[in-house]
Structure formats: C-alpha cells, structure tokens
Design a protein around this ligand. Structure first.
Ligand code: ZN
Ligand code: ZN
Length: 410
C-alpha cells in the first residue's frame, strides 16, 4: 500500500470543459483519486504536496504508438529475439511516461506481456492498451516482405513484429479470435496503403468488404471495436460504412465522409507528426524520391484534415505514430495540432477523447473521484500555452502514474 498524497494549492484542470479551477485539493489513495474538493481532511499518514499555484492536469493519452518499433529498421525489429524486443519496448515506454503520457494505445506489436510488465512494476511505463498485431493482407501495409521474398507469412509470433498476415474471411476470423484470446483490447486492420511499406501505393484499398465485416463482427462479439489504418477518402468512407470505429491518420478525408463518421460515432486519430518527422529526417535516413513522394501526399493533407474533422464534429484523439529514432519528435504533435486547434481542443483530445477510445471513460483522462491517479503537474497553464506540454516533460515537475510518483523535480 502506497502513502496517500494530498495535492493542495493548485489549479485543477477540467479537460472536458477546458477550464481550470482554483481552491480544489486532490487526494490520491491506493492508486486512485479518492476525493476532489475544497477542504479535504487528509489521512494523518498522507504526504501533502503544495503546488504553489501550478496546474494539476490528467495524464496525457497517446492513442497511436508502436512501442516495439524501437528502431526504424522494421525488419530488424521483427527478427530480433522477443526478449530483446521486450527490453527495447520497455525503454520506449519509459521515455513516453517521462513526457507525461500515462496511457498509450498500441496499434500493432505490443502484447499482453508488456501490459503485465507495467502492472507488475517491471517497466516504469504508461498503462498500455493493445491490439496484438495489425491484420494485413498479403502485400498489404504490414506485410514487410520484399517482392522477391515468397516465404509464407512473417515472423508474427515475435514481439518485434507489428503485423499479422491473414487472407480470406475464415483466416481473418481466426486471426481476430487469436488476438482477442491473447488479450487484445481492440482489433487493428490495415485497410489502405502505407508510407513505410514496400509494395503498396497509398491509394490501394486493402481487404474485401466481407473480410472487414467479419472483423467488425468478431470484435463486437467480444465487446471490442475495429481500428483501421486509412489515409484516402475512399478507404475511410468504406471503413465507416462497414462499422469500423476508430479511424487512424485520416489525412485525406473529405467533409462529407467526416460528417458520416461523426454521425456513426467514430473517433479519428490524426498523427501529423509522423510525416513531419519523416520529412525532417528522411534524407539522413536514406529515403529516396519515391518515399518522399508518398510522405508528401499525406503530409500536405494533414492540417486541412484537422479543420475538416473539427468542423464535422468528428472527435479526434491525440496520436503520434512515430517509429524508431523519430520518437524524439513526440511532443511536436502538440505544435502541429496548435496550427488548427485551440489548446482546450488539443488537451481534450489527449485526455477525454483518448479515454473514450481506450474504452476507459471516467477511469483515465480526468481528475475525478474513482479515476486512476494519472496526473501531471504543469509549470503554468497549458490552456493558455500548449507549448508547456512539449519539451519531453521539461515543464512537468511532477508526473504520477496510477498513484505512483514517477518523476519529481526539474
Ligand atoms: Zn497506420
Ligand atoms: Zn501506426
């Protein structure tokens, strides 16, 4: 049992309403927020932390990461021993927590072992919500084999693999059941071409309608949902019509499709920084003109897509999708979002909307009695200056995950 902690004299940020409130104390006990209010009588053994007017806000939620992609060499990650991949993923997760992300949603790679590693205190990382592997067609976005490599399947039982090849309705159902049996919190499907994959143009449509419908049914039978990797309007629209709930990237979405997605209760996860980071580092990474062309197609649509989705009332969760060494750009996503969205909208996406997408509303992304004590102290008011959430935790003198202080001091 950990020592109760009472935060006093801070500004408590209400992410749902986008306001701060003075004069509230927050009591943390047994990993949860026990009480929020004025004049709380703390237990005698409690430690009191005087925030001196700083902001206390819910821990951040990143709804699109790949913790097993510790290097940009995706094939190298996949073929690494699982034990090594696990240790590398642990380091990636620890870095994320130190930036203030107390929950992450992994879109392909992470397994139940990493969930347990955090729960058992072996990894000093964020709570992790997983899908197992991302389902991909042969030749689809998560099929990393070269054209001349005709070995069947990939090394998908390795931790460092992000994808799992499944073709045909029966195999797709079996793959979903395997992921769910192994602890998936949702099903991920590669439904469109990609930037980092070798053989598929961005505009390619992946999986048949029947296969995606089968995934949606399998997920819904288990009380879960399907998340799709999608860029083009055609691919997004098809997924929305088929019952996919979570729409990753969405760079080339039209206003009409965004409106339909909003009506259907979908949540989008823009990941703008992934393309800006590739753009900045691409030359050094040895990317050729064909890859730059792919990046530019999605990068140029990014900011416009934010406007379209906001105006359509389509909720957006914060995501980053940075692979390998590019993860140093994690916090730049705030800067890119701020070109279109208000600070309150960005904070809401990285807390309340993220919580909904993790199916953990009321448990995370909020400062309320009963929620996990995932909290960050910010030196200033992030509603007035979103840059305070950048700098890899530089403006966060204290970070708490599930009631445990994981960072204290500058
Ligand atoms: Zn993707
Ligand atoms: Zn991704």
């Amino acid at each position: 049992m950990t020592q109760p902690i009472l935060f006093i004299n801070g500004r408590v940020l209400d992410a749902e309403r986008g306001v701060t409130q003075d004069g509230l104390a927050v009591l943390v006990q047994d990993g949860r927020i026990a009480e929020v209010g004025a004049g709380i009588a703390a237990p005698s053994e409690a430690r009191t932390i005087d925030l001196g007017g700083r902001t206390l806000m819910p821990g951040l939620i990143d709804c699109h990461v790949h913790v097993v992609a510790e290097t940009l060499d995706l094939w190298g990650n996949m073929t690494a021993p699982s034990s090594l991949a696990g240790l590398r993923a642990g380091r990636v997760m620890e870095e994320m927590l130190q930036r203030g992300f107390t929950t992450i949603r992994d879109l392909g790679g992470a397994d139940h072992g990493l969930v347990r590693g955090v729960e058992e205190g072996l990894i000093d990382g964020p709570r992790i919500v997983i899908c197992g592997k991302g389902l991909t067609t042969t030749g689809g976005h998560a099929d990393l084999r070269k054209r001349t490599d005709d070995r069947p399947g990939m090394m998908s039982d390795r931790l460092g693999s992000m994808g799992y090849i499944a073709d045909g309705v029966d195999d797709v159902r079996a793959a979903c059941r395997k992921m769910i049996k192994e602890g998936a919190n949702f099903i991920k499907v590669m439904a469109n071409g990609g930037v980092s994959s070798p053989n598929d143009p961005i505009h390619s449509i992946q999986y048949s309608r029947e296969e995606i419908l089968a995934m949606v049914e399998e997920a819904e039978n288990a009380g879960l949902y399907v998340s799709a990797h999608v860029y083009t309007d055609r691919a997004i629209r098809r997924c929305v019509e088929l019952g996919v709930h979570s729409l990753e990237h969405c760079n080339l979405i039209s206003a009409e499709t965004a409106k339909l997605a909003a009506e259907k209760g979908c949540i989008a996860v823009p990941t703008l920084v992934a393309y800006d980071a590739l753009w900045l580092e691409g030359k050094a990474l040895g990317l050729g003109p064909a890859e730059f062309d792919k990046i530019e197609v999605v990068r140029s649509g990014g900011l416009k897509s934010l406007e379209i989705m906001r105006d359509a009332g389509l909720p957006m969760a914060f995501g980053s999708d940075l692979l390998g060494e590019l993860r140093k750009y994690h916090c730049m996503e705030f800067e890119l979002l701020a070109k279109v969205l208000t600070s309150a909208e960005i904070i809401r996406s990285a807390t309340v909307v993220g919580a909904e997408l993790c199916q953990m509303t009321g448990q995370i992304g909020t400062i309320a009695a009963g929620a996990f004590a995932d909290l960050i102290v910010v030196d200033g008011d992030p509603l007035a200056d979103i840059a305070l959430l950048q700098g890899d935790g530089a403006h966060m003198p204290l970070i708490m995950a599930a009631g445990r202080v994981v960072k204290e001091g500058a």
